[in-house]
Design a binder for this molecule. Structure first.
Ligand code: SF4
Length: 242
């Protein structure tokens, strides 16, 4: 859906996630799914792609920010969620995008970007120097700077850097509302730690009088999405996320 990839060294299916950079002008996929009959989706998609390309061209010529960028700075995750496609790529050598590589990409793309995600397929906080990447991205005054994480490896340094940047949105993928489900889905017993980390984000935001980063809780597992909506709401209230 309006997604082109540049600077790609891997992707789903070819087994080498290292740095994935997706570029798009906007994502209307959920809306299309909701209102368009399945048989019409290919036609709507073609029209959308053409409109999207035209809109990108116009923005580019008007010197407006026209890119949405997603990238990974490493190719590892600390969890083993049972549905995750990354499980089939675990044997590949661990790689980290160097700061110099990141700076080069940032310099080339971020001045034209209205939206940057510092994560795509893998877990960003596995990169022990992630704070430096946040700091670099913050130099470009991005209208929207975000990342998605499983929330296990947060520490005060990362949270404070996210507040300072600011990172506008952090989506935390939990996929369960209790320890047992979490362990069954994610393969590790980190539920309490993730909840404690969410509370810590809330505390530090208050301490810094900051509305950022806004925090979303993400449920990827479709069974959980449908069967535990009420539990999700109470969990959300409990950790006082946005
Ligand atoms: S946390 Fe995300 S990347 Fe890691 S195993 Fe689970 S679904 Fe995959």
């Amino acid at each position: 859906m309006g997604l082109k990839r540049v600077g790609e060294r891997g992707g789903k299916g070819n087994g080498s996630y290292f740095a994935i950079i997706g570029i798009s002008t906007m994502n209307v996929k959920p809306l299309v799914k909701l209102i368009v009959p399945q048989s019409m989706v290919p036609t709507v998609k073609r029209i959308y792609d053409n409109v999207n390309a035209l809109s990108t061209l116009i923005k580019k010529n008007l010197h407006q920010r026209y890119l949405s960028v997603r990238l990974d700075t490493n190719n590892r995750c600390n969890l083993r969620c049972k549905y995750c496609y990354t499980l089939s790529h675990e044997r590949e050598p661990f790689k980290i995008m160097t700061i110099d590589e990141f700076k080069k990409i940032a310099d080339e793309l971020f001045p034209q970007s209205y939206n940057v995600y510092l994560s795509c397929a893998w877990e960003p906080l596995v990169n022990k120097h992630f704070v430096e990447y946040i700091d670099i991205a913050a130099r470009y005054s991005l209208p929207s700077l975000n990342f998605i994480t499983n929330g296990v490896l947060f520490n005060d340094e990362i949270i404070r850097a996210s507040i300072k940047a600011p990172v506008h949105q952090i989506d935390v993928s939990i996929d369960a509302d209790n320890k047992n489900s979490y362990e069954a889905i994610c393969g590790r017993d980190f539920f309490d730690r993730v909840i404690a980390n969410l509370r810590r984000i809330s505390e530090l935001k208050k301490e810094h009088h900051s509305v950022y980063p806004r925090v979303g809780i993400v449920f990827v597992n479709r069974d959980v999405e449908t069967s535990q909506k009420q539990d999700l709401k109470s969990c959300h209230r409990e950790v006082k996320t946005d």
